[in-house]
Every structure is written in C-alpha cells, then in structure tokens.
Design a protein around this ligand. Sequence first.
Ligand SMILES: C[S@@+](CC[C@H](N)C(=O)[O-])C[C@H]1O[C@@H](n2cnc3c(N)ncnc32)[C@H](O)[C@@H]1O
Length: 194
Amino acid sequence: MSGWLTTRHIGVDTFANILIQQKPAAIPWMSRLLHEHEIKAVLELGTGSGAMTLLFGLHCPDKVVTADNKNILSLQTSALFRKLGITEFVIDIYENNNMRYLIDYISSKCACFENIHILVFCDNGNKHKDFELSRPYLKPGSLIVVDDCPEEFKPDTVDATGLKRLYKDELLADCRWSAWKITDNLNNEEDEKT
Ligand SMILES: C[S@@+](CC[C@H](N)C(=O)[O-])C[C@H]1O[C@@H](n2cnc3c(N)ncnc32)[C@H](O)[C@@H]1O
C-alpha cells in the first residue's frame, strides 16, 4: 500500500453506514482519483448497495448518474441519493442504446461547463463490455475505472489507443481496479455525422 494511502486508509467496510461492495481502500483511492483528475461528474455502471454512489455524490453533488438492473437500495440510501442530487436508473445497461443514453444524460448535466471531466466506474455484469461501450463517447481528460481486475477485466488485453493507463505500478491493487485516462477522441461523433 502506498504511503499516501496508508495514512488515509481507515479500514472500514461501510460508508455512510451502508455496506460497501468494495475493499475498504476504495474510499481513499476513489477520493484521490476524483481529486487529482478534477472529476466533476460520475457515471456509475452497477449501483449495488449504493455506498460508492454516495461517495461520488459527496464529491460531485447533482452530477452523479448510476444505473443497475435491480433496485436493492434501502429507504435510507434512497433518501441520501435525493439529498445529493444523485440520479438513479433501473435499466439493463446493455439493452437498446442505454449506454449512449446514460452518457448523454450525464453530459447534459454538465452542459454549461466547458471540458468537464467525467469518471465512468465500470462495476456491472460485463466489465469489458462496459469499457468498450462507454469509451467511444468519452472526451479527453475523462476517466474509466474498472473493478475486479484481473479476474473479470484483463487490463493487458485492452486496445490502449487514445488512452493512458494510470497508477499502473500501484495498480490500485488494494481495490483490484484499473484506471484509464482518455487522451484522444475516437471521433465517433464525427463518424456518425458523415
Ligand atoms: C458489484 S455490484 C455494484 C457495486 C457498487 N458499484 C459498489 O461499488 O458498491 C454489481 C451490480 O451490477 C448490476 N448489474 C449486473 N448486470 C447488469 C446489467 N446488465 N445492467 C444493469 N446492472 C447490472 C447488479 O445488479 C449489481 O447490483
């Protein structure tokens, strides 16, 4: 564990009294990612218990969108979501054009800001699919963070064109995440117009 993390690691498995479906190190690591990369909005794929969503909501109030195909939120968590302006969708992310819809939705929340950086947290049923579906719509400066490496997501197999892998040496190993920064557009928008 890095020195920075050791000093901030609080060793709990709840956040806001809600069981977190992550390693305890997730809280300081995610706070660091959001802060260092000036993230102003978050799209979470896979809400689960909603504990990480609340962390996102505290960092980016009114600019968090989360989606899950089930709603297992407690009444207390739903109330906190409302207070933090978190938008929750109960949908299958892979159906229809839902990924595009979600990215457009979070982008519309940021429409009055220029060059806003979005973080997409892939913690859903199929991490490679989350990554591949979301990546084309993200602009430079935005981040993709993927959970459950290396079992469910193999960072070394990713086509890293237009991407920079972050913290590779530290690997975010305490959390089993890999993190990627968009460095170049894939120009999908242009392709779609032509
Ligand atoms: C590990 S949990 C998410 C945990 C949460 N992000 C956290 O860190 O606390 C994964 C969630 O993905 C949801 N999920 C799986 N497949 C899905 C799909 N196709 N569409 C939407 N949600 C899905 C599951 O219902 C489950 O709640």
